[in-house]
Ligand binder design. Structure first.
Ligand SMILES: Cc1ncc(COP(=O)(O)O)c(C=O)c1O
Length: 369
């Protein structure tokens, strides 16, 4: 029997290409629901897959809320049928106007976004207020990643209060992304996550003392998912686990997900003894990491990717004589989210055959809004 990833109709797959193994996506979605305990607790981040068809699979599995990084991803999800999306960014200037346009174009879709500063909250209040609408927001909390969010300091309660005072703002909860916590050992990671929540708990107590409504909590990505899932109060927002990748596969041993997205590439030259060239340059696999952390081939042994240009990847190999021009290689991307983002469309694989193509619609910066 051929290995799980090998296509029966390989000749139909142009290269380089992105392969989406549909059965594995379905199984990863089910595992994500099982870990969460129920689909209601999930806000999967669609930045990983960016595909309406994957969002439809999640909707069919009972997931109804989604996170995204851009207004285009929110629109992609809405076009797929999602009725609840949160743009996990603080939107300002032209983006507040786009958010308003989204609200007007998709009136039956809840669209939230993040706030961590009073000036942006007031901007939303003014822009939405002028149209007689309300901007739905989550207060973004920085609990240690130091990338975005308001610090858990003496001023954060005042911002939370402001969100309840502004008439055209509706605050729905706290957004807490602890994506910096990736220690492979689960127990150590669990302690780190819990330590990171001590000040969040203090903030929740201060909110209660101030007589304000208790916010819902939307927290984490894939590495901290298995910890947050243990706390029934937390809504979980993993994204990568739906497709899975080499980076997380090696780092998160307790997580049961399977590789569901691969890059297919062909050997296009054997420029000198010991070296092959594939048509997988850095336009075909995410290149934000050093060269040894981009792709892991499943059907090649004893090799080293030594160079990449836009359309070429040069690989030093031990079994050079047995490799032929035209051979197909299957690789697991180290970081799947930006790899998917490089493709307009993906081949869909079922029963080891390409059966369809799916648009990676959410990679656009703008769809219609
Ligand atoms: C704010 C936010 N939430 C959730 C996620 C999903 O995290 P992961 O890719 O670890 O699943 C990300 C990923 O970057 C993110 O930025």
């Amino acid at each position: 029997m051929s290995p799980w990833y090998k296509l029966q109709n390989e000749e139909q797959a142009d290269s380089p290409s992105l392969l989406i193994y549909k059965e594995r996506v379905a199984s990863n979605i089910q595992k994500m629901i099982d870990i969460a305990g129920n689909a209601e607790r999930l806000y999967p981040h669609v930045k990983t897959n960016k595909m309406p068809e994957v969002v439809k699979m999640m909707l069919a599995a009972g997931i109804s809320k989604f996170k995204c990084a851009t207004i285009a991803e929110a629109e992609m999800a809405a076009m797929a049928g999602a009725k609840y999306v949160v743009v996990a960014h603080q939107l300002m200037g032209p983006k507040v106007k786009r958010l308003l346009a989204f609200r007007q174009q998709y009136p039956d879709v809840f669209v939230g976004s993040l706030i961590d500063s009073a000036s942006v909250a007031k901007e939303h209040n003014d822009v939405f207020g002028a149209s007689g609408l309300v901007s739905d927001v989550f207060l973004d909390v920085n609990n240690g990643m130091d990338r975005s969010g308001h610090a858990l300091d003496g001023d954060i309660l005042a911002l939370y209060q402001l969100l309840y005072q502004l008439p055209n703002i509706s605050c729905h909860g706290l957004h807490i992304y602890d994506g910096h916590l990736r220690t492979p050992d689960f127990e150590s990671r669990r302690h780190e996550v819990e330590d990171g929540f001590v000040d969040v708990q203090h903030f929740l107590e201060a909110i209660a003392e101030a007589g304000l409504p208790r916010p819902i909590l939307v927290a984490g990505g894939t590495p901290t998912f298995t910890v947050h899932a243990l706390n029934a109060e937390i809504y979980c927002s993993p994204g990568t686990c739906v497709l899975w990748d080499w980076g997380y596969g090696d780092k998160l041993p307790e997580q049961p997900f399977e590789y569901a997205a691969l890059v297919l590439t062909r050997v296009i030259s054997k420029p000198k003894a010991g070296f092959i060239t594939v048509d997988m340059g850095h336009k075909a696999v995410a290149a934000e990491n050093p060269i040894d952390k981009r792709i892991r081939f499943l059907n090649l042994e004893n090799y080293e990717l030594v160079g990449q240009s836009e359309e070429h990847g040069v690989i030093r190999v031990e079994n050079w004589k047995t490799i032929n021009v035209g051979d197909v290689l299957y690789g697991v991307p180290f970081h799947v989210c930006p790899t998917v983002n490089l493709y307009d469309e993906a081949y869909v694989v079922e029963n080891q055959s390409v059966v369809d193509t799916w648009q990676v619609l959410g990679r656009k910066r703008r769809i219609t809004v």
